[in-house]
Design a binder for this molecule. Structure first.
Ligand code: AMP
Length: 214
């Protein structure tokens, strides 16, 4: 099952994709994580995308398409995947239809206030990249990662001014994607205006949608 998760940054795509990935035994592939991992490592890809990602803009389509295509060819994705953060533009969606057409598209929706509240409280480990939240997912010791003891920081692109830019970028460049997909039978709207404590209500909608595709 090849599943695409759509939705603005902070809507909960990552959390939902990771829960669904465990439940269905398919990998959770996040383009944001691929880029951030490369930036942490300081490898060639990381150096190419660092300033773009840190300013909240989009990495060029051609490069993202290349990275995703290569990732989907790996053995763990042969039976399907939950793709989070890709496609983000109509050009990317067109490219994906050619190399790995999705079986379902889940579009997660939440209002701007909910999103800003979620993102501005997010903290990330400088060591392993694990994600915490000052309200919903606190580490055992404040500011320290539970698993690798690395320092937790607020990501540059989770600053409120950058969040506003990321949401604007999303509105302008990604919304046409919904028009691209919404006539398909495999397209589903998921209401994500819940507190993270009520995450089951979001995953249940996704599972119901997935039960309708092959
Ligand atoms: P995310 O964690 O999904 O918000 O991604 C973090 C950043 O990675 C984004 O703000 C973009 O700079 C970049 N990025 C991730 N996925 C894509 C994509 N499909 N197209 C372009 N840029 C992307």
């Amino acid at each position: 099952m090849r599943i695409v998760l759509l939705g603005a940054p902070g809507v909960g795509k990552g959390t939902i994709a990771s829960l669904l990935s465990k439940k269905y035994g398919l990998p959770h592939i996040s383009t944001g994580d691929i880029f951030k991992g490369a930036i942490r490592k300081g490898d060639e890809l990381g150096l190419r995308v660092k300033s773009i990602v840190e300013s909240g803009n989009l990495v060029p389509d051609e490069l993202v398409n290349q990275v995703v295509r290569k990732r989907l060819l790996q053995e763990d994705a042969s039976k399907g995947f939950f793709l989070d953060g890709y496609p983000r533009t109509v050009e990317q969606a067109n490219a994906m239809d050619k190399f790995s057409k999705p079986d379902a598209i889940l579009n997660l929706n939440a209002d701007r206030k909910t999103i800003i509240k979620r993102l501005s409280g997010r903290r990330v480990c400088t060591g392993c990249g694990a994600i915490y939240h000052i309200r919903y997912s606190q580490p055992k010791k404040e500011g320290i990662c539970d698993s690798c003891k690395g320092k937790l920081i607020k990501r540059k692109d989770d600053d409120e001014s950058v969040i506003a830019n990321r949401l604007d970028v999303y509105e302008n460049q990604t919304k046409p994607l919904i028009e691209f997909y919404n006539k398909r039978k495999s397209y589903f709207e998921i209401d994500s205006n819940y507190e993270m404590e009520d995450i089951d209500r979001i995953t249940k909608q996704c599972e119901d949608a997935l039960s309708k595709v092959k």
